[in-house]
Structure formats: structure tokens, C-alpha cells
Design a protein. Structure first.
Length: 376
């Protein structure tokens, strides 16, 4: 199922004519626009340290970029101007869709609900298998964007009757200030927010976000530093640290592991991963093993065999994990939620659609076992 577009073509053209323009598909390359923005039009970044000679040190993600005047960090969306660090994407989403929450995927968080989903340009890693590389690996001036302040976005969300705002598609960490302000205003009017992230963030900004977000989904790319170095241009340990912090902060979170043949599907690695989750995070954290399809710069690797996903799921269940899912395989039993005690079928899914939801007041209707999650 594809994402539903927030506006149809006629509405889009009307909005564009009035200065309200959404990017709904793969972005086109455009002339630079942000490079000409005045400093008083920008928002100062919140996580950095000033250094001598107008340099700054970014304290948002583990890269801790040291940036000269008039230069940007690795993410390409935060710029040093005369010793002050600015975010170039605050209030500038380039993509706006309405998606089922199951697409994120979040399976234990308001199942069946719709999420107004936004993204900006930029990312703080470089995944060779990225499915949204057109925006994640672009700079702000390369993409059409919308001028949408946090209060305006929250009002739009309520107008569209979406109970959730999802920060997704690119890496939301790079627009942390915008995300925080949206989540804070959304919480004040009863709208939930969810960050769909790689978890590559330092402790202080993540703790701050946990105070205003409702849920987090972390893409755990692999359980080896080798994979992170060669295919992600990042590190594993900071992501593991983020997962432990989420557990400590008591915010709802789920984990997705994209299974790539020959890269991160070794049974010993999967077993180590599952044992780590059980020990450090607990058996009730949902773990999604999703199917890889060739894309971006990893087109020479075949799609994940279904039996590989089934084996991964069995390894996780043998390690004691209670809620393990198969993703990108519509109709597979691994999409469904079962009671961890009596094995009763609780939620039946078909792709992103909910065919049946039998969870009552957060419990199994048969044996009354509490099912971890956010259900209302």
C-alpha cells in the first residue's frame, strides 16, 4: 500500500500558487534557495559549542563535527555563520504524506491510526541501501520545501484528523529543533508524535526529545561495527546506547532490523543481537525483521529470501523475545501479533492494514495478560 498524499493535484496547484507547496514524490533538483537566506530568517541550533576563531563543535550526533565559519556539518543542513550554528531546515519540510502507522512500522502504537508524516532534507549517515536517498542525501537548496511553522503543522494535523505526527523518511535527528517544537505543541492539544530514526544521536538531545515525543522507532542496521563502517558510514555503539537510554526514559519504542543477504543475516550475529535485546531492553520490545529489496547503491544484492526472515524470527523467539515480526511480506503470519502467554491471535494484519484487533484495554481477551504498547 502506498502512502496517501495529503493533497490531490488540484489542491497542490492551488497551494503552490499561494506559496504553499508540498513535495509529494521523488524531489527534482532545483536552484539554490537557502544559501541566500538571511541569518534573521534562520533558527539557531540548540546543541553546539563555540570554539575559537568562529569555529563551532556540533553536539547533536556522535560525529561531533568541528565546523569552520560558513561551512556545514556532515548532515548538510546545519551551518556555521560567524560562529553561530543555524539549522537550515526549521519549518521547511520537503515531504508531507498521510500514512498508516503500521508503515513506520509501529505495531504496538495506536494500531490502525493514520500519521501525518513529514521530512526535511539531510541525514547524518550514508546508508548504501537507503530507500529515501533522494531527500536524505540532498541539501536543502536542492529540494522544493514548504514554509510550515510548528503551530501551523499541528493545526493542519488536527484539521486532517490524524492522531499522530510522524517524523520520518529522512533522519529526523538533523531537524531536532523543529521536531521538538512540533512535538511540544502537539502534546499540548492531545496529538501524539513519533520519531522514526536511526538512533544516531547524543544523549542530551535524545533525553530532551523523550520529554515531548510519544514513541520512537529505531532502525538498528546490523549488530556489527564492520557493517556500520562499510555500509552506513557510522558506528553501532552509539545506536545501542540510544536504545538503552530509551528504555531508561520509559518511552515506547520498537526496533526494525532490515535483513540484507550476506551482510547482516549471519545466524550467530542475529543470535547475539537477540540476546543483547533480551538482556538490555527486555523481552517485550517489539523487533521487526524486514525484507530487503535491491536499491540505491546496493543493487547487486538479491532480495531477502522469506526463509531467512522466518529463521531470524525463530532465533529471536528462541532467545525469549515475545513480539517478533516479519516485514515487507504481506500475508505472512509473522505480521500478526500474538499473546506472549497463550499464543492467542490478537492483531491480524495484511500489509499496512488491520484486519482484526482483539486487544481490549491493553490485554489479551482470552487470558488477560497485559500486552506492552500504547493502545489508545
Amino acid at each position: 500500500m502506498s502512502a496517501s498524499v495529503l493533497y490531490d493535484r488540484r489542491e497542490f496547484m492551488t497551494c503552490a500558487a499561494g506559496g504553499l507547496c508540498f513535495l509529494m514524490a521523488a524531489p527534482a533538483r532545483t536552484k539554490a534557495v537557502h544559501s541566500a537566506m538571511k541569518t534573521d530568517q534562520l533558527v539557531e541550533a540548540r546543541y553546539y559549542e563555540k570554539l575559537p576563531n568562529r569555529k563551532i563543535k556540533c553536539l547533536l550526533c556522535p560525529r561531533t563535527c568541528v565546523i569552520d565559519d560558513l561551512e556545514r556539518g556532515y548532515c548538510g543542513v546545519r551551518e556555521n555563520r560567524d560562529g553561530i550554528y543555524y539549522t537550515l531546515v526549521y519549518g521547511k519540510p520537503c515531504t508531507l504524506h498521510i500514512d498508516p502507522i503500521e508503515k513506520k512500522p509501529l505495531f504496538h502504537f495506536l494500531p490502525g491510526s493514520e500519521a501525518l508524516s513529514i521530512a526535511t532534507a539531510g541525514c547524518n549517515v550514508f546508508c548504501k541501501f537507503c530507500q529515501n536517498w533522494e531527500i536524505s542525501q540532498s541539501r536543502p537548496e536542492q529540494l522544493p520545501s514548504l514554509d510550515l511553522a510548528p503551530a501551523k503543522l499541528v493545526a493542519l494535523t488536527r484539521e486532517k484528523k490524524c492522531p499522530v505526527i510522524a517524523f520520518t523518511y529522512n533522519e529526523p535527528v538533523v531537524f531536532t529543533e523543529y521536531m521538538y517544537d512540533i512535538a511540544e505543541k502537539a502534546r499540548g492539544v492531545g496529538v501524539h508524535t513519533a520519531m522514526i530514526s536511526n538512533g544516531y544521536i547524543q544523549a542530551k538531545p535524545l533525553k530532551d526529545l523523550c520529554r515531548v515525543l510519544s514513541a520512537v522507532k529505531i532502525d538498528l542496521k546490523a549488530f556489527s561495527e564492520r557493517f556500520y563502517k562499510e555500509l552506513v558510514s557510522g558506528q553501532l555503539q552509539p545506536v545501542l546506547d540510544s536504545l538503552i537510554l530509551l528504555k531508561q526514559e520509559k518511552i515506547w519504542f520498537e526496533i526494525v532490523y532490515l535483513v540484507i543477504p550476506g551482510q547482516n543475516d549471519d545466524p550467530h550475529e542475529l543470535s547475539s543481537l537477540c540476546k543483547w535485546i533480551y538482556k538490555e531492553l527486555g523481552p517485550g520490545v517489539p523487533l521487526h525483521f524486514t525484507r530487503f529489496y535491491p536499491q540505491y547503491r546496493l543493487t547487486n544484492v538479491p532480495a531477502t529470501p522469506l526463509q531467512t526472515l522466518q529463521k531470524a524470527r525463530q532465533i529471536a523467539q528462541d532467545a525469549g523475545l515475545q513480539f517478533v515480526y516479519s516485514g515487507n511480506v504481506p500475508g505472512d503470519p509473522g505480521e500478526n501479533t500474538y499473546c506472549s502467554k497463550c499464543s492467542e491471535l490478537l492483531i491480524k494484519r495484511m500489509g499496512y492494514a488491520i484486519a482484526e484487533n482483539r486487544i481490549k484495554t491493553g490485554q489479551c481477551p482470552k487470558c488477560r495478560t497485559p500486552i506492552p504498547g500504547v493502545w489508545k
